[in-house]
Design a protein around this ligand. Structure first.
Ligand code: GDP
Ligand code: MG
Length: 192
């Protein structure tokens, strides 16, 4: 069977066991300054004129993807503190992950690979959706990581890849829709 995501059927159709995984938990990972909070705020529909450098936030929003509603809970908490506990928690709790690097920062790209390896180690038996994101694609002159390098990395790590610009709002919608599609693909193949 297929689950219904339609909001108007929430009382009758979605059983209690379904509603538990009704909200999809998406975790943002990546080095400081790559644009995690910027991407999360765009998702949350917050037009920030002045960036409040907040410790951690979650954004709760429903989006329609391919005609079906999906409820996403996006966690921008990776940098809330540096504790081992928090990072462990993040690695365990996600239904999907967005690993962000900046195309202007090679070190952040290398960090993204580390995070991917860590995630694989932590969730070995599970096939969790991961999207590798090269953000700041608008900064053409200071680019340090080519789109080909990004793509190649995603192939090696068996995950999806997209370049975004939070500054220009480019591909941000596609990113979050892509996450929903990835989660659905896996759900469907489990149910069939
Ligand atoms: P975080 O530390 O990963 O949460 O990164 P932030 O979202 O706080 O962004 C760090 C800095 O990079 C801020 O000054 C943002 O305005 C800037 N920034 C984020 N995304 C982009 C982008 O796509 N293009 C450009 N040019 N700057 C960006
Ligand atoms: Mg941040």
């Amino acid at each position: 069977h297929r689950e219904s995501w339609a909001s108007d059927s929430s009382d009758s159709v979605i059983s209690s066991s379904d509603s538990e995984d009704h909200v999809l938990k998406v975790i943002l990972l990546g080095e400081h300054g790559v644009g995690k909070s910027s991407l999360a705020r765009i998702f949350g529909g917050i037009e920030d004129s002045h960036e409040a450098e907040e410790a951690g936030n979650t954004y709760d929003r429903s989006i329609i993807v391919d005609g079906e509603e999906a409820c996403l809970l996006v966690f921008d908490i990776w940098e809330q503190d540096d504790s081992h506990w928090l990072h462990n928690q993040c690695m365990k709790m996600g239904d999907a992950y967005i690993i962000v690097y900046s195309v202007t920062d090679k070190a952040s790209f290398e960090k993204a690979s580390e995070l991917r390896i860590q995630l694989r180690r932590e969730r070995q038996t599970e096939d969790i959706p991961i999207i590798l994101v090269g953000n700041k694609s608008d900064l053409v002159r200071s680019r340090e990581v080519s789109i080909e390098e990004g793509r190649a990395c995603a192939v090696v790590f068996d995950c999806k890849f997209i370049e975004t610009s939070a500054a220009l709002h480019h591909n941000v919608k596609d990113l979050f829709e892509g996450i929903v599609r990835q989660i659905r693909l896996r759900k469907d193949s489990k149910e069939d």
